[in-house]
Design a protein around this ligand. Sequence first.
Ligand code: SF4
Length: 358
Amino acid sequence: MDKSINFAQQVIQWFQQHGRQDLLWQHDPTPYRVWVSEIMLQQTQVNTVLPYFSRFVKRFPDVGTLAAADIDVVLHYWTGLGYYARGRNLHRAAKMIVQNYDGRFPTNFDTLLSLPGIGRSTAGAILALACNQRHPILDGNVKRVLTRFHAVRGWTGETKVEQHLWTLAERYTPHKNVAQYTQAIMDLGAMICTRRNPRCDECPVSLECAARKQASQHNFPSPKPRKTLPVRTTVFAILENEQGAILLEQRAPSGVWGGLWGFPECTPQDDIRVWINNRLGFSVDAIQYKSLIRHTFSHFHLDIIPVHVCVNSTRNIVHDSNRYCWYTPRENQLLGMAAPVKKLLKEITCLSAETLYG
Ligand code: SF4
């Protein structure tokens, strides 16, 4: 039998007995629901995604509702999932679908690929899982299975290695049961051929697996060549007014945490009292430095120095700007925030002003 047919059949048979067949997006797997789940699952584990997916599709049940929503509300439902560009792209793509395709979710590969945030693997997964169209996928799980199965050397981000993996992915994608196979190969990577301690004894393709034959599973995929991440430092000025509300500023639409709400920021070299007075027009009543937080992005570490400041808010520039708002947790404002901002807000709003002044 053709080796590729055999591979697909073994993976599908394993899936039918052991795979995940009850995930939220597998019930009613419309292209829209599969799209949302696939975007959320990029760089995020299934268990983390489940509650976010549930809340998201309840609030935005279809592409029209998502397109009509304010980006702040969309990002609010994304808060905590990280990689916020995914949420912004989802919203932009929904608007494009409404404007250009009458709100009907495209089921053509090239059209999907032209939408923001949808790459080759995601487009393939949406069409395979929701429409049973034959397209290969190559997400992180599939890359791991294929690099091990064929003992493919080299970092998978290198063009040559990636092209080779696409060729393999294409070869193994069956002509029938594509939806099942697609879920099956993803599950195999997530459940059996795991990053650490792959469970080769339970693997349906173990007899043919090159890495297993060489007992070198842990050498695949080859790690990304290491480089030391640079460190940037910033100061979060957490301003609290006499009513206990916290000042938030909306960040520029692009760049790190683009469009999200956060605390005004200055550099460690600034005199924070002077900076707050000059930039925001407040006078400072009390000030407390909190412990440094390190947040790591893919390309740098951000060391955050949070400073909790009680201010007198009688005369300032904030009143006249849409970029700022006073946040009161009890009022349940729906704002998208980066994880460290959300965490600090929670900590700060549990502190009474007395503690600070004390
Ligand atoms: S035998 Fe082990 S290393 Fe090879 S594909 Fe299966 S789980 Fe992965």
